[in-house]
Structures are given as structure tokens and as C-alpha cells.
Design a protein. Sequence first.
Lengths: 116, 111
Amino acid sequence: NAGVMQNPRHLVRRRGQEARLRCSPMKGHSHVYWYRQLPEEGLKFMVYLQKENIIDESGMPKERFSAEFPKEGPSILRIQQVVRGDSAAYFCASSPPGTGTYNEQFFGPGTRLTVL
Amino acid sequence: TQLLEQSPQFLSIQEGENLTVYCNSSSVFSSLQWYRQEPGEGPVLLVTVVTGGEVKKLKRLTFQFGDARKDSSLHITAAQPGDTGLYLCAGYSRTGNQFYFGTGTSLTVIP
């Protein structure tokens, strides 16, 4: 049973280019969360999606950032016109629907974005 | 916003020592998870605690969930260099199916 997969693992972009980060959740998981992490810091929540729906995007910058989780295919985090401040590690996590008393998230290996 | 504060933020100890990491909040959570993250990797789930007062042991690691389900602790006995990493707690809220992460504790165990 494959875990959460993210690609690419490393991405280098020049200022002004677009970055597309992909996340395939664990089998059976329909919920995806994206986080951003700077060196020596914790995880910052960005967006929570279900298939074809954005549930909570309160942590995502209003401009240049967007996310989707289509009916078929991986979840995509898209950053347009990247700036140096976007350089960070971006993690995706997935979970089941969470209908019980508790729920658990499982993380992918992350995509390390470097903006030159 | 449901905030989780972890303490200490940084901890550097000698191999063989014991340590405790704390995760505190003013909010009640349905469950709480602990993760360890190594450099260049994603967080790995260590344990989930669900019931107030629950204690779980994972080899040399002991996890406790507070009676009121607002706080948790992680105790490591006889720390080893392999325990080095960033430890993160995350509270789960059934309302909104959301996870709230703590600020993290960076642990370094010196051989």
C-alpha cells in the first residue's frame, strides 16, 4: 500500500516562473492538506481539499497561490510568478474522511522549492 | 484558531539522558498525534492518543494525553542519537475534520 506521494522532490524556478507541485494521497484517502515549512520551523497550514472541493483555504496567500484536487488525478498546488520568499518545503498530507472519534494524517516526503 | 504550543522549542542533550516535551492548548481535541520529522523528510506519525488520560508506550517513548484532552507530553528515556529530529504534535478536531499543528520541538542527542 503506497504512502502519500509527492513530485517533484526538488524544484528550482527562476523568479516570475510558475511552480506546480503534485500530491497523490494514500489509497482510500479522499482528503488532502497542504503545508509549508521553512527551515527550523514548524508546519504552516495552507489549504484543505476534498475531491473537487476546497474546504478551507484560510492559510493560503490570496494572490499567486491556488490548489485543486480533481475527481481524477493528483492534487496540485500551483504558485504563479514565484518570488524568492516562496522558497520552502511544501508538504502534502492525506487522511480518510474522519467519520469516527479520531482521524490521522499521513505525510508525503515533500517538495523542496528553490526560487533563484 | 486552535493553537498548540510546544516546549521547549530547542533541546540539546547527551546520549542516555531523559527528556520530556510538552504540547499545550486551551482547546479540547478529539485526538492528538505526535510526529517525528528528520531533515529532508516528511513528518512520520509516531502515535495517536484518543482518550483523556491515555498513556501509550513505543519502546523508549511514552506519550500521555491530558485528562481534559487539551495537552499532551512525550517522554523519552535514555535518549539516543537516532532520536534526533523535529517533534510535532497535532490536535485533531472533528468539527471541520481539521488538524492543528504545534510549534515543534527540535531535539538533538549528542553521542
